[in-house]
Ligand binder design. Structure first.
Ligand code: 13P
Ligand code: SF4
Length: 304
């Protein structure tokens, strides 16, 4: 079977069964092409709430499928590859977070959306890379315990000098691979290019960037910018997608090592199997779902 034949088969099943396919921007090109919605974590969390489709296939990682299920419990939500998890989402266990909360009793607990549903049950507000600064600026508390990404946390801290932040040592094992030496080298080789980075990168890399944003933020910036060349400091699939969308511009990876292997686990065959009903359906105990929903509702209230 060719890629195109499989894509056509997925499109046929999707229509026949009224399935909606969501793909995070880090997915492979052939998956992005057949998705109904593509975007960053925030966009994917929100896009199906009011839609008619009763079945949702998430091509991304587990916390993204969980978030959809938390917000749309009446829908059947599938994770197209059951092994695709975000290592950062599982770095902190609930017992450790409970202990940290005792240590900082006056702090609001802000969870990056890259956390398990169970961890979210212990948090006050959820944030994404595109909304963290906006949301944390609005909460009344001046003291914030930010988990689990210390790099995104440091970036937001630099934007909100009136708030006091506490961190735990956690972060994305993919973005941490890009160093400031990589940034210096890329700038030397491509002196005309703007450096666009995701805030999950090391803070020393983020500090030297021309633009910092979520995956969708980076893509929008590059598409609208008058500049012609860009160094991309996030998963290298964004380099590929942007190159297709803006063939007249040039895109270079900040580092060859910026590849999220979890995001790349999902294949077109997984999506096809899922359309046939063979994927993993996400289920959450109702108590966990409702408790986790509180911090996501807060994110929606403050983020829109
Ligand atoms: P975005 O919300 O920017 O898509 O980030 C999600 C993620 O996991 C990036 O590593
Ligand atoms: Fe998780 Fe990092 Fe992969 Fe994003 S890039 S899904 S944060 S491991």
């Amino acid at each position: 079977m060719t890629i195109r034949e499989m894509q056509e088969e997925i499109l046929r099943l999707k229509k026949q069964k009224n399935i909606v396919i969501l793909a995070h921007s880090y997915q492979r090109r052939e998956i992005v092409e057949i998705a109904d919605y593509t975007g960053d974590s925030y966009a994917l969390a929100r896009c199906v709430e009011n839609g008619k489709a009763q079945t949702v296939i998430m091509c991304g990682v587990r916390f993204m499928a969980e978030t959809v299920k938390i917000l749309s419990p009446e829908k059947r939500v599938y994770l197209s590859n059951a092994e695709a998890g975000c290592p950062m989402a599982e770095q902190l266990d609930p017992e450790l977070l409970a202990a940290l909360k005792e240590q900082y009793p006056n702090a609001a607990v802000a969870a990056y959306i890259n956390t398990t549903a169970e961890l979210k049950t212990l948090c006050d507000v959820c944030v994404t890379s595109s909304s963290a600064e906006r949301i944390l600026a609005k909460i009344p508390e001046t003291e914030i315990l930010f988990v689990p990404d210390i790099n995104l946390g440091r970036y937001v801290e630099s934007k909100l000098p009136n708030k006091k932040f506490h961190f735990v040592q956690g972060g994305c094992p993919t973005h941490v691979r890009a160093t400031k030496e990589d940034a210096a080298r890329a700038r030397m080789v491509h002196p005309e290019a703007l450096l666009l980075v995701h805030p999950e990168c090391r803070f020393e890399v983020v500090k030297g960037a021309d633009f910092v944003g979520s995956t969708s933020g980076i893509m929008d910036f590059a598409k609208k910018s008058a500049a012609k060349e860009f160094i991309i400091g996030t998963d290298n699939s964004i380099v590929e997608h942007l190159q297709y969308e803006c063939p007249e511009k040039k895109f270079y990876p900040l580092s060859k090592d910026l590849v999220c292997h979890n995001m790349k686990l999902t294949t077109l065959t997984d999506v096809w199997n899922c359309c046939k009903g063979e994927g993993e359906e996400i289920t959450l105990p109702e108590e966990t779902r409702l408790a986790a929903k509180r911090c996501i509702d807060k994110m929606i209230e403050l983020g829109d």
